[in-house]
Design a binder for this molecule. Structure first.
Ligand code: SF4
Length: 238
């Protein structure tokens, strides 16, 4: 695998120092090399490269990525975006996973009280309750990691394992980008991972309760998100 120059974690402005270091071509080379390696290799590379300047943003739909990260980067900070509209089952599941892995979990919420914006403007609601809190969580960091997968749907079909998040000026790592749904199910089964209580009730993709419904066996996994609208993404993964 191609090695990138290490980031100086001693810098006062850790994020800026790191942002200037990786060249796009280097990221592409690393991404290509990681395609033939296990997901833990991507996490290991990112942890070795960025250390505490790396954050894992977990949706807690499952805990596959958390489990993988715990094997090679147990001190990695994990962020959960609490929109204020999660299912009670999700909040329960987050706590189960936090305890199981003794996670360094940071819960970040929006800077606004409950409202009904999701009824009239889901883009603005996601912007205030997901995108803005993520920006807060990533402030000063150099890289972030997500459980984005190509199998999630056409909009994510070309997701690289390592890329540059241009909008945020950060390196973005998607260790399980190549994993299929079967890969995820098999890993959960083989490793005895805790399962989100809604997963067995037809919720193939789990977001906020106002914008998530269960899907039929013939539907895409994300068909239950903002169903009946043309919205497919919340804005976290641009
Ligand atoms: S998924 Fe729905 S409730 Fe959640 S932040 Fe987006 S619009 Fe708001």
């Amino acid at each position: 695998m191609t090695a990138l120059p290490r980031t100086s974690t001693a810098s006062a402005d850790r994020g800026l120092a790191a942002r200037g270091a990786p060249e796009l071509e280097e990221l592409h080379t690393v991404a290509r090399a990681l395609e033939s390696q296990p997901a833990t290799a991507a996490i290991e590379w990112a942890w070795d490269r960025f250390g505490p300047d790396l954050v894992l943003a977990a949706s807690f739909q499952d805990c596959v990525l958390v489990d993988l990260a715990a094997q090679v980067a147990p001190d990695l900070e994990v962020v959960f975006l609490d929109t204020g509209y999660h299912f009670a089952e999700t909040l329960w599941y987050v706590e189960q996973v936090r305890r199981r892995y003794d996670l360094d979990l940071v819960v970040v919420g929006p800077d606004l009280p409950a409202d009904d914006l999701w009824l009239t403007d889901t883009d603005a609601c996601c912007g205030a309750r997901k995108v803005a809190p993520l920006a807060k969580a990533l402030a000063g960091r150099a890289a972030w990691m997500s459980g984005l997968r190509r199998a999630d749907g056409p909009a994510r079909a070309r997701t690289p394992i390592v890329t540059y998040d241009v909008g945020r000026g950060l390196v973005k790592v998607n260790p399980i980008a190549p994993w299929t749904d079967l890969d995820v199910d098999g890993y959960v089964r083989d490793h005895g991972l805790p399962v989100h209580p809604l997963a067995d009730r037809g919720y193939a993709s789990i977001g906020c309760w106002p914008c998530t419904r269960p899907v039929g066996t013939e539907e895409d996994t994300r068909a239950g998100r903002w169903a009946g609208t043309d919205k497919t993404e919340c804005g976290l993964h641009r």
